[in-house]
Design a protein around this ligand. Structure first.
Ligand code: GLN
Length: 250
């Protein structure tokens, strides 16, 4: 077991970005670490809260309403040296793993145009941009996470007005099997950029998708402890929940 190894999860804006139980993702990461003897602590990085990002092994940012996304711009300090936005961008370029869901995904991108036509320049850490459409993309979703080893299927739930487009050459996290995905048109879902796994899938995502959870933990563990192995868990229950949704949807 990976005894006395420690990981720190930086939870960005847990108060503002937490739709559809997205907080369940940090709980899952902590549990899946604890079951292996790894201590994972969560540091809250809400508005007005900060930490040394060099101590953070994995960032998480959940989903939020357009309004919530705009209200945290000041705290992010986009374009300002030493701001959360610039340090998060540096962490991403240093291959720190990040899980970003829906609004959190959009905020990592270049910009967001709301359905009122208001454009907000976002962090620009990943090669995507988002423009809201009139009607919302809502429903259960299934996609093949082609950017992960073995292309595991992912089951989840999406609710977004934003249509996200990937820049030329960017690698989608997956291919839509059921649902809308990034924009309901090009069949892509999410993005994998370096060790950022970004997706529209709420749920929360990780409890029913153990392969995604373990990829994030493995990336964080091996970056902090080079060569560390991640022991397998008995995921029979998780896969039963996953497969029950898959059967219902596909
Ligand atoms: N406000 C964004 C949109 O509507 C993100 C929504 C979300 O996080 N579920 O596209």
């Amino acid at each position: 077991m990976a005894d006395n190894m420690q990981l720190t999860i930086g939870h960005l804006y847990p108060d503002l970005l937490n739709l559809y139980g997205d907080r369940g993702n940090t709980i899952t990461l902590q549990k899946r670490c604890a079951w292996r003897g790894i201590t994972a602590r969560v540091v809250s990085l809400g508005a007005g809260e900060d930490a040394d990002f060099d101590d953070i092994d994995l960032f998480f940012m959940g989903g939020g309403q357009d309004f919530d996304q705009y209200t945290l711009m000041e705290d992010l300090g986009i374009g300002r040296a030493g701001s959360k936005a610039s340090r998060l961008t540096a962490a991403i370029e240093a291959d720190v793993p990040v899980l970003a869901i829906c609004g959190g995904y959009q905020i990592l991108g270049e910009y967001y145009v709301g359905h009122d036509g208001q454009r907000a320049d976002f962090i620009g850490a990943i090669p995507v941009y988002t423009e809201a459409g009139e009607d919302r993309m809502i429903g259960n979703m299934v996609y093949e996470a082609t950017a992960l080893e073995g292309s595991p299927t992912v089951v989840g739930f999406e609710n977004h007005a934003g249509r996200t487009r990937l820049r030329e050459g960017a690698v989608p996290l997956g291919r839509v099997v059921k649902g809308f995905g990034n924009n309901g048109e090009d069949g892509t879902e999410g993005i994998r950029y370096r060790n950022v796994l970004a997706t529209y899938s709420h749920g929360p995502l990780l409890p029913k998708n153990p392969a995604v959870a373990d990829e994030l933990i493995r990336l964080a563990l091996q970056r902090r402890y080079p060569g560390a192995e991640l022991p397998a868990l008995d995921d029979a229950l998780e896969w039963r929940a996953h497969d029950a949704m898959l059967k219902r949807l596909v």
